[in-house]
Design a protein around this ligand. Structure first.
Ligand code: NCD
Length: 346
């Protein structure tokens, strides 16, 4: 697999600026508050319509094709994009045996694999281990567009330790859905804040949304702190932030507790991973210190950072756990995104 980026280093994604149609979605930085309000209104409408099996939803992307290109493991993101497209009446293709049995196996680079997908599909959902790989995909699709006479778009499903924009959108939607607002909250992000792309995007998105009087607490081992550029990004937008290794100094006051997995696959040295893997573990005992109206979020998948299987069962039964809502909302958010980029909205 070729992880080096070429040609596209100067690519800058276009802001949404009120119109999702034809936009590549590669960073949360493309979204401003009005774009988020409009998107979330579409998400709520699609959720309501889908829940009552409104048949007209199946016309929104009828005749359109989505291609998935996943160079990294995925369950929720992959399946929810597929489910979203199928529920919109579109169709989905992928290399029959996954990318490992595509021409990637023969040494094909990302730019060529993406352009191949672009020749067949209207939208490509890309997950790749290289940071900014989705920018490279967007650049190459734009180069191809004139020859094709149509403009296929890419939607990032996570670029290495960079960003995970659609996850952040579903996370923010879920926070507003559960708490009624994004204002006045204490949001605590816990775990591998260095390698976790979901928390990078979520922190930035809260700042872009302009949540008022909301404070961000970052809890991580020293070696896995939030990247400085993300910290700067949120601070420049007026957010109060606080970094600590002392979970109990912030957990009892938190309105939103966002737990994350230590990203084992990002560690070159297994001993380094082992040394911090169990530093922050959510258990029912830990959760007993949280507020009665707090919400517990996790992008999933979860491992030991959410305790044992017995702990999972207790946490799952806790009404404050909203990770299954995140999952379901993820499909509706991706429906709204796909209908937006392919059709301009719902
Ligand atoms: C996350 C990811 O892939 O970044 N999973 C997801 O998309 N829901 C989080 C993780 O793998 O820990």
């Amino acid at each position: 697999m070729d992880e080096t980026l070429t040609g596209a280093s100067a690519y800058r994604p276009r802001p949404i600026a009120g119109d999702l149609a034809g936009r590549h979605i590669v960073s949360v930085e493309q979204f401003a508050r009005p774009d988020l309000d409009a998107l979330f209104a579409d998400v709520s409408r699609l959720r309501a319509r889908t829940r009552v099996s409104d048949a007209s939803v199946r016309h929104l992307c009828a005749g359109m094709l989505l291609a998935t290109l996943f160079y990294e493991a995925s369950t929720r993101t992959d399946m929810s994009f597929q489910a979203a497209m199928l529920r919109l009446g579109g169709e989905v293709i992928a290399a029959s045996g996954g990318v490992q049995f595509s021409s990637v196996y023969k040494g094909e680079n990302l730019a060529d694999s993406v352009r191949a997908a672009g020749c067949y599909a209207d939208v490509i959902v890309l997950r790749h281990p290289a940071v900014r790989s989705s920018y490279e995909a967007a650049y190459n699709l734009d180069q191809l567009a004139d020859r094709l006479g149509r403009r296929p778009v890419v939607v990032s499903a996570g670029d290495g330790v960079g960003e995970h924009p659609s996850q952040a959108l579903l996370d923010l939607y879920t926070i507003i859905d559960a708490k009624g607002t994004a204002d006045g909250l204490r949001v605590t992000l816990v775990g591998d804040l260095g390698n976790g792309r979901t928390v990078h995007s979520l922190a930035k998105l809260l700042a872009l949304y302009g949540a008022r009087n909301t404070r961000l607490d970052f809890v991580s081992p020293a070696a896995l702190r939030m990247p400085r550029e993300v910290l700067r990004f949120v601070q420049e937008r007026g957010f109060e932030t606080h970094e600590t290794e002392d979970l109990m100094s912030v957990l009892p006051e938190s309105d939103v507790i966002y737990w994350t997995r230590v990203q084992e696959e990002r560690f070159a040295d297994p001993a380094e991973y082992a040394a911090i893997a169990t530093r922050f573990v959510m258990t029912p005992e830990v959760m007993s210190h949280a507020r009665a109206d707090a919400i517990l979020m996790h992008p999933l998948p979860r491992k030991h950072e959410m305790g044992t299987e017995a702990d999972h069962a207790v946490l799952d039964a806790d009404r404050r756990s909203v990770y299954f809502h995140q999952m379901e909302n993820g499909m509706y958010v991706r429906m709204a995104l796909l209908a937006g980029v392919l059709r301009g909205g719902v």
